[in-house]
Design a protein. Structure first.
Length: 478
């Protein structure tokens, strides 16, 4: 049987034969590309996925949900069930891991960034508050600063997607890898999933020879780390822990010794999967929360938390489900390999209802829907928590570590992120004795930026040449 005939019968068997409707009109190259794409689809699981996730919406919740136990390092921190531990002990452990070269940085940058609407990979977005450094440069500077401090080459793994891989690579080359050695950076694209018509379950076509495809979620990292050879690469170089963070948070500490120390602390963690949380700003904040669901730790999306659960408080009046997920994790290489192989099927698919432009498979006519018409499926990295033996969650300060850029305006926009960056760095300057203007609401009334190459924390500003005062509305970068 020819390759085309084999595919024809596979598609017929699962009700997707429309995908070959236009094959006769395609060039040899396009026909080959279409067949390759179709051959990459998970046909064994596709019919069940369509039935259970596309045509029916799984009912959320219903499990036995409790707040997740968290570890705090400051008495004023306020997670549901508090275990207060000594940060200095953890820092020493984490620094030992960094000095021994056992940690790699890992950025997930394969998302589509639709909400931000930036024309290019999100990591190229100008994010810093004074000089507009792109996100990738900010992380590169943190890596350079960490290398200086801990005396080791730090490898940086970056997950891209088919749609932004070549642009991301070009950006790094055009910027001479921001001072890093090209050989310490490894980029690899993640997997892709097709979009389905939500009424019929049929895979949508973007044009006659191409399906509508999108990245398979940040949970696709495990598979992508494995098939790209990144896990082998890491293990061959002695990397035991992967410091995972998202591309859209300019304050994400690329390598945090205290966090690494918790990951390595047998009393709290099995050393497989460790996460960070910040206390939710209020019951309505749109952030997933850590919880124990039927005895397994995981993240409950804000849309799946009932109003009563979101608002419920403990005896001291604190929100019970307050542990907001900030998408920073330490994952052991061994665990990543295990999830990518044996555990892959345990990572559920999540459905997202979207408006997706496509062609009518019979007429070829372009259809731009006014209402959501399609389902996209994604895996989430934090679902791996449920597979880990004893995952730990560390509470950190939002103001120090979390200023995401998700939206073009308003909450979690470049504007709000820049204010948070100025607030943090302005506070550092104040600690160093500089007079910094504040508005009535307490926010810093100036744009302030401190490169990690100048200081990784407030105490590093000692000995740095600083002005005695910053004027209202001024910009200051160092
Ligand atoms: P988001 O969930 O914010 O999605 O990703 P997004 O695609 O960037 O933005 P929207 O929703 O289209 O506006 C959080 C992080 O996970 C990465 C993103 O690049 C970002 O760092 N991500 C997301 C991936 O690497 N792959 C994916 O498939 C999805």
């Amino acid at each position: 049987m020819s390759r085309l005939d084999a595919m024809r019968s596979t598609l017929e068997a699962c009700g997707q034969s429309h995908l070959l409707q236009h094959i006769d009109g395609l060039s040899d190259i396009d026909r080959d590309a279409l067949l390759k794409r179709l051959e990459s689809l998970p046909f064994e699981s596709l019919p069940a996925m369509i039935e259970q996730l596309v045509l029916a919406a799984p009912v959320a919740g219903g499990g036995d949900l409790h707040p997740a136990p968290c570890v705090c390092i400051k008495p004023e921190q306020a997670c549901g069930s508090v275990d207060l531990i000594d940060a200095e002990d953890l820092r020493i452990r984490g620094e030992a891991m960094l000095e021994a070269g056992r940690v790699a940085a890992f950025t997930v940058a394969g998302g589509q960034g639709t909400r931000l609407g930036w024309n290019g990979p999100k990591g190229t977005f100008p994010a810093s508050s004074v000089s507009g450094k792109p996100l990738f440069r900010l992380f590169a500077e943190q890596i350079l600063a960490a290398e200086r401090r801990w005396g080791r080459t730090i490898r940086w793994y970056i997950m891209t997607s088919e749609s932004n891989d070549s642009q991301t690579r070009a950006f790094f080359l055009d910027n001479r890898c921001f001072g890093l050695d090209r050989r310490q950076i490894m980029m690899f694209p993640q997997g892709m999933m097709p979009a389905f018509d939500m009424k019929t379950g049929k895979i949508l076509l973007e044009r006659p020879g191409a399906l509508v495809m999108s990245p398979d979620g940040h949970g696709g990292s495990f598979h992508a780390l494995l098939v790209s050879g990144a896990i082998d690469h890491m293990e061959g170089r002695g990397t035991e822990a992967i410091s995972y963070f998202q591309v859209d948070n300019p304050l994400a500490p690329v390598l945090d010794p205290v966090f690494l120390g918790l990951h390595a602390d047998e009393a709290h963690s099995s050393g497989e999967f460790t996460s960070k949380m910040v206390s939710k700003a209020g019951p309505d904040e749109k952030v997933g929360v850590f919880g124990s669901i039927d005895g397994r730790l995981g993240v409950v999306e804000y849309t799946d938390l009932s109003k009563a659960e979101a608002q419920s408080t403990d005896e001291s009046g604190r929100l019970r489900f307050a542990a907001g997920n900030v998408a920073m994790h330490i994952i052991s290489t061994e665990f990543a390999r295990r999830v990518a192989t044996a555990g892959q099927d345990e990572l559920p698919w999540h459905r997202a209802v979207k408006k997706v432009t496509h062609i009518d498979s019979r007429t070829g006519e372009l259809i731009t829907p006014g209402e959501p018409n399609a389902i996209k499926l994604e895996r989430f990295v934090f679902d791996a928590m449920g597979i880990a033996a004893k995952p730990a969650i560390l509470e950190v300060d939002r103001a120090e570590q979390f200023a995401p850029i998700k939206n073009a305006t308003g909450t979690d926009s470049a504007e709000s992120s820049k204010q948070m960056q100025s607030d943090l760095y302005g506070g550092w300057l104040e600690q160093a004795g500089v007079q910094v203007p504040r508005r009535g609401d307490g926010h810093i009334d100036a744009a302030i930026e401190i490169s990690p190459l100048t200081a990784m924390s407030a105490s590093d500003l000692e000995g740095v040449d600083l002005p005695s005062k910053i004027a209202k509305g001024d910009s200051f970068a160092c």
